[in-house]
Design a protein around this ligand. Structure first.
Ligand code: ZN
Ligand code: ZN
Length: 440
């Protein structure tokens, strides 16, 4: 390749793009700013009326009405309650998908806000409040804002934007399918075929107007497991006449701690094995027949993922066997690793730096939480980042974490979310158009 020959052309192309890009960017930023109070109003409405996974009926209705009013092609009832809107730009180009999740959680809100949720429901046989305790209300409001922003520059768009409002990110109710996995299964990434997907998550423990991201493995793969240890019931005063599943389970819990500390190369990637519940017995002088344990596994690497599964089974069954008990291990593979496509991340990070200011875009470490955005990323290159939602100057250690009754989001960070997603979509389309031109 003759670099010297190419230089003037690419320089011209770049400067041309820069000028038109500049005006389009200005239009987008101004429109996003002008929409701020509308976005906050939407967010408060969703916050006050949260709905659990696969039950986001009213949320979906409001989204669909907004998208229809903007003139989008709208599909409802995707993966139960999902809404998909299509905005066709004035010029040909790629298809970019933007995703927001819509579900709330069975958490009773404790924050004293005028738009506090007072919704209650029965969940797993218990009465509970319902709350947007993960901030998905902000995601919906942000993406509705993006829809309005991009609709206002429709004629300038070099491609199509697919807006994906997804149900049940936190998991579908027992016995139901749902979330990103079901949306993918129902063909959300086809017709028209999506070329790249972007998404964000608000974060209650990072400051407003900052963005955090990581190329590659960003959030963990998650699995649930259960171990049923069966012994032989006996009188608590005569343990030798039975097989004690409580002592055996205690040894198994301790044994499982050696997987991360002794079986994995932790310099390669982190991993977590947690037992979250252990149930057995009814009375002080009865050694029960059975103990049931449940837990979660978090990994970032496929080989380590397989190895942890193997070791959980080996350790549990062999310890049980040595005690004369049996251990029945069941592992359910849940969400895969949220993996930010490296070339796409590298290509788009400049956009986020332009939008937020270079000093406000922070390279972060991997998170052991999980996201079903990963199912989209398994099919198409995707980039998922974290948007600051903590009031400026607050100590992150004092900010309530996600999924807790005191979870709080500073709404002044929402406009940055709208500008980020809008400009990621636009820059991706501009760059793809530029790349096609360069290829010719
Ligand atoms: Zn969550
Ligand atoms: Zn979430």
């Amino acid at each position: 390749m003759n670099f010297k020959k190419l230089l003037p052309f690419s320089f011209l192309a770049l400067s041309g793009f820069y000028t038109s890009g500049q005006t389009l960017n200005t239009k987008i930023d101004q429109k996003a700013q002008a929409l701020e109070s509308k976005i906050v109003t939407w967010r408060r409405d969703f916050h006050q009326n949260p709905e659990l996974g696969n039950r986001e009926f009213k949320t979906a209705e409001k989204i669909a009405a907004h998208l229809k009013q903007l003139g989008f092609e709208v599909q409802t009832g995707v993966a139960h309650t999902g809404v998909v809107g299509l905005l066709k730009g004035g010029k040909p180009g790629p298809v970019v998908a933007l995703r927001a999740d819509m579900d709330g959680l069975p958490v009773t809100e404790r924050v004293d806000l005028p738009f506090k949720s007072s919704v209650t429901t029965e969940y797993n046989g218990q009465n509970t409040g319902v709350m947007h305790a993960c901030g998905h209300d902000t995601h919906v409001a942000i993406l509705m804002g993006v829809a309005e922003v991009l609709a206002s520059v429709k004629a300038d768009l070099k491609g199509t934007v697919k807006f994906i409002f997804q149900p049940a990110e936190e998991g579908a109710p027992e016995g139901e399918e749902g979330g990103a996995k079901l949306m993918v299964k129902e063909g959300v990434l086809e017709n028209p075929k999506v070329d790249a997907i972007f998404g964000l998550h608000i974060n209650s423990q990072t400051e407003v107007n900052t963005i955090a991201y990581k190329p590659g493995a960003t959030m963990a793969a998650v699995d649930f497991f259960s171990i049923d240890v069966k012994g032989k019931q006996t009188h608590g005063a005569y343990p030798w006449s039975g097989v004690d599943p409580i002592v055996t389970s205690s040894q198994i819990v301790t044994g499982l701690q050696t997987i991360v500390s002794r079986n994995l190369d932790i310099t390669k990637a982190p991993a977590v094995v947690t037992i979250g519940a252990i149930h057995g017995g009814i009375r002080q002088n009865i050694i029960p027949e059975e103990v049931k344990m449940i837990g979660t596994i978090r990994t970032f690497d496929e080989e380590m993922h397989t190895h942890v599964h193997k070791r959980v089974k080996e350790i549990s069954t062999n310890i049980a066997e040595s005690a004369g008990a049996t251990a029945n291990v069941k592992i359910d593979v849940l969400y895969p690793v949220t993996f930010n496509d490296i070339p796409l991340t590298e290509k788009m990070i400049g956009t986020l730096q332009n939008v937020a200011g270079k000093e406000n875009v922070i390279l972060t470490s991997a998170k052991t939480g999980a996201e079903d955005f990963s199912y989209f990323q398994q099919k198409v290159p995707g980039f998922f980042f974290f948007l600051g939602g903590m009031p400026k100057g607050k100590n992150p250690l004092e900010a309530a974490p996600h999924h807790t009754p005191d979870f709080y989001i500073d709404e002044s960070g929402l406009v940055l979310g709208v500008r980020s997603l809008s400009r990621l979509a636009v820059d991706y389309m501009e760059q793809s158009a530029g790349a096609t031109k360069a290829k010719k």
